[in-house]
Design a protein around this ligand. Structure first.
Ligand code: NAD
Length: 427
């Protein structure tokens, strides 16, 4: 995350490019370049040893013209306000590109949950809500899990909100555990959504998924479920890279005949780090972390962090690669797009590819509002339909107007948000 690339500058540059394609008026462009609202706050947490530690936190709403803001809360030691700003903007486009009636928001806390006990994490979650509760509301701003946060964190946050407000408000937060307001399929949704989009692309390219190979960066929630569905459909996942907290380094775990996902899951901790010693014992090669990108595969799936594919690393990408599926938010820097296009690689953009999570979060809100919960099959069927429809619209526009997939996705998303902004009379 700490590179010369600023994700917020990237996000604004992407918007400016699309504003040019759309001939967007200045006022609308200016409005969409900035978050509508930012809250920066501190959370004092009583630590287990009796000391008090102060954590810095953010909640940012980029735009809510199409509906209540929606977006995850990340726990990360290198979290920056500009990362949260960029991610909130990407949430606006993400909700718009899959055409769900929600706006874009994001939150973050500068912390490393690896170094916090469960009770310290609970106090941090409750502290986040105590500071922010007046701004959270099912009709205003609805958080969800993100990097290094999970259903348990969301439930502590929900509980704190409900204690403060004296009632049940299950629609105020999503990603809750199933049985306590969560939706079946939410855990799988982002990873599966990536593969639904990939399936659409492969079918347009006349390729069978079962004949393809892939390499993946990140084996957390997104990476694991993308890997599961990809391999269940017959794809061969050759390499997976993850971060080791213990060694403060990343590693790529490789097996040319294809990784056994269930086995790798048994080697990983709850933060998505694959234990390299166990992997080596089971016969996997252990390579440096950046090696995931130089594998001779058809598909690359960056599903860890932003700014992982830069012009510096592009030459390492094998000529065999046909598709990059952006599972993470902002994994490719904008200066790579023209080079990737010139190399004939199809890039499936982040805010389309990884919109499965927010789509299922939307389904969770709908189910909470009805107090009636769907079966997992029903959720996944609706998810596949929404993702496939979104892919088709983007693909059709891209081919019709000779745009790359990212620009086509932006054109659809930004024009939907701009229309809402104008119809509301904001610009
Ligand atoms: P996670 O915390 O569950 O997993 C992150 C994974 O990335 C872990 O396996 C970790 O070991 C790995 N990682 C971290 N740094 C790395 C590095 N330098 N090299 C290799 N691996 C590294 O997070 P997640 O929920 O899976 O999210 C991953 C990405 O997807 C993020 O960009 C997030 O914003 C985005 N995203 C998540 C969701 C969701 O529903 N969880 C939805 C949309 C987008």
């Amino acid at each position: 995350m700490l590179t010369q690339y600023n994700p917020y500058e990237n996000a604004k540059a992407q918007l400016d490019k699309v504003a040019g394609i759309l001939d967007l008026d200045n006022a609308t462009q200016d409005l969409l370049r900035e978050p509508m609202k930012e809250v920066h706050f501190t959370i004092p947490v009583k630590m287990d040893d009796g000391s008090t530690k102060i954590f810095k936190a953010f909640r940012i709403i980029h735009n809510d013209a199409r509906g209540p803001a929606k977006g995850g809360i990340r726990f990360h030691p290198q979290e920056t306000v500009d990362t949260v700003r960029a991610l909130s903007m990407w949430m606006t486009w993400k909700c718009a590109v899959v055409n769900i009636p929600l706006g874009g928001g994001k939150g973050g806390v500068i912390c490393d949950p690896h170094n916090l006990s469960l009770s310290e994490q609970e106090r941090l979650c409750r502290g986040y809500v105590r500071r922010l509760h007046a701004l959270l509301d099912p009709n205003k701003d609805v958080p969800a899990p993100d990097v290094m946060t999970n259903g348990q964190h969301m439930l502590w946050m929900l509980d704190e909100y409900e204690v403060i407000n004296g009632g049940h408000y299950p629609g105020v937060i999503t990603g809750k555990p199933v049985g306590i307001g969560g939706s079946l399929g939410r855990t799988e949704a982002t990873g599966y959504g990536i593969i639904y989009v990939l399936k659409g692309m492969l079918s347009e390219m006349g390729l069978a998924l079962a004949d393809t190979t892939a390499s993946l960066q990140g084996f957390g929630n997104v990476g694991e479920y993308a890997a599961r569905m990809y391999t269940e459909l017959g794809g061969r996942l050759i390499a997976v890279s993850s971060w080791s907290q213990k060694d403060n380094a990343s590693y790529t775990i490789k097996r040319a005949s294809g990784c056994d996902i269930q086995q790798l899951v048994s080697f990983k901790d709850r933060y998505g780090s694959i234990n390299k010693e166990k992997a080596a014992e089971a016969g996997y090669e252990v390579l440096p972390g950046d090696q995931w990108i130089s594998q001779d595969v058809d598909i690359l799936i960056p599903a860890a962090l932003e700014n992982q594919i830069t012009p510096d690393v592009l030459p390492k990408i094998s000529p065999k690669v046909r598709i990059i599926c952006e599972g993470a938010n902002g994994p490719t820097t904008p200066d790579c797009d023209p080079i990737i296009k010139a190399r004939g690689i199809e890039l499936l953009p982040d805010f389309l590819c990884n919109a499965g999570g927010v789509t299922c979060s939307y389904f969770e809100q709908v189910q909470c509002n009805m107090n009636y919960f769907w079966s997992k099959d029903e959720v996944l069927q609706k998810l596949e339909y929404t993702m496939t429809e979104a892919f088709r619209a983007v693909y059709k526009l891209a081919r019709g107007k000779q745009l790359c997939m990212r620009d086509a996705a932006y054109v659809i998303a930004v024009s939907r948000v701009a229309e809402a902004v104008k119809l509301r009379g904001w610009t």
